[in-house]
Design a binder for this molecule. Structure first.
Ligand code: C2E
Ligand code: MG
Ligand code: MG
Ligand code: MG
Length: 326
């Protein structure tokens, strides 16, 4: 029997599946020793202000540099780490590594007030003293709490009892910003969220997928930079024919979510921006910040430092090049 989804269930034997499960099992038991051997690394992806085109912060995304399987993406091992509980030490390691890096950016670029955004797993909130761990990390790294943002999914907050709520409140009271990750994929109840100590909504990438140039190619890919035919005036009508229709609906939905979030005092970030047309259309909705391959792929901290130094909002340096300082 397998323990997929955390529930034991009977499955027919399937050699291919069997091999996959063997690997999964191996990865799960290898997590803690791998952490001790230093096989994990954090990559950073810039969060760009849509009004000023500048890098305001970065999301920390963990990778496993596996000696045998190469670099593993978090989708491969975070669920295993959640299930085994290894997420607690791993999550704390990511937090400390990321806060140390953010403290370094603060020393190097004191005027920029670059923030770091770190993902928190459900298990960190439910099964560990996350408040004490975060306080400890801030203390040891010297990062001011205002430069730390923690990303939590709606589903991680659901469950019996008030534990997550108390933890969120304590973290918010410390001056940490709380973001709801992948917003729009779960319950997406804004009135419920407005009663929680939440500061930022991160719209899931699926909303942005259909934000494409209706006159351009209908395929999206990394950095497809067709001409942005949507006029820069917010009053420009959105093309609502054929392939444009779904675009129109999603833009209306995102626009409404942004307005409602702003009315509730929340700021809005969007993920998964892959091309210029998406970035421009998103900007017209009033969304505050954005993240995606169009601006920069997740990468090492030095790349983000170079962008900060050169006042760039894109890795290739072709976007808005307004100087960051002076
Ligand atoms: P997430 O928090 O929603 O992170 C955004 C994901 O979108 C990242 O995937 C990022 O690489 C990817 N992404 C960024 N820009 C684009 C784009 O333009 N197009 C597309 N298609 N994707 C883009 P990644 O790094 O594979 O991480 C996957 C998920 O793993 C994260 O989703 C997060 O839920 C989880 N994760 C990553 N690091 C950690 C961590 O340290 N702790 C915990 N608990 N979870 C983590
Ligand atoms: Mg995230
Ligand atoms: Mg996300
Ligand atoms: Mg996501």
């Amino acid at each position: 029997w397998s323990k997929a989804d955390g529930r034991a269930r009977w499955t027919l034997y399937d050699p291919a599946r069997g091999a996959h499960q063997l690997t999964t099992q191996r990865l799960a038991t290898a997590l803690r020793p791998a952490l001790e051997r230093g096989e994990f690394a954090v990559e950073y992806q810039p969060l760009v202000g849509l009004a000023d085109g500048l890098v305001h912060g970065a999301e920390a995304l963990v990778r496993w540099r596996h000696p045998r399987y190469g670099t593993l993406s978090p989708d491969r091992f975070i669920p295993l780490a959640e299930e085994s509980g290894a997420i607690v030490p791993l999550g704390k390691w990511v937090l400390e590594e990321s806060c140390r890096q953010a403290r370094q950016w603060l020393a190097e670029f004191p005027d920029l007030e670059m923030f770091i955004s770190v993902n928190l797993a459900a298990r960190q909130i439910w099964d560990s003293d996350v408040v004490a761990d975060v306080a400890d990390v801030l203390d040891r790294t010297g990062l001011p709490a205002r430069l730390l943002q923690l990303e939590i999914t709606e589903s991680a907050l659901l469950g019996p009892g008030g534990r997550p709520l108390q933890a969120l409140q304590a973290l918010a009271d410390m001056g940490i910003r709380i973001a709801i990750d992948d917003f729009g994929t779960g319950y997406s109840n804004l009135s419920y969220l407005s009663r929680l100590p939440v500061h930022v909504l991160k719209l899931d990438g699926s909303f942005i997928e259909s934000f494409r140039d209706p006159a351009g190619p209908t395929t999206t890919g990394p950095v497809t930079t067709g001409p942005a035919t949507i006029a820069s005036s917010p009053a420009a009508p959105v093309v609502a024919s054929g392939a444009g229709r779904r675009t129109d609906a999603d833009e209306q939905i995102v626009g409404a979510m942004v307005r409602l979030a702003h009315a509730l005092g929340l700021s809005v970030t969007a993920e998964g921006i892959e091309n210029e047309a998406q970035a421009e259309r998103l900007r017209l909705t009033g969304c505050d910040t954005a993240q995606g391959w169009y601006f920069a792929r997740p990468g090492d901290a030095d790349r983000v430092s170079a962008m900060l130094r050169e006042g760039r909002s894109r890795t290739d340096g072709t976007a808005d090049g307004r100087p960051v300082t002076g």
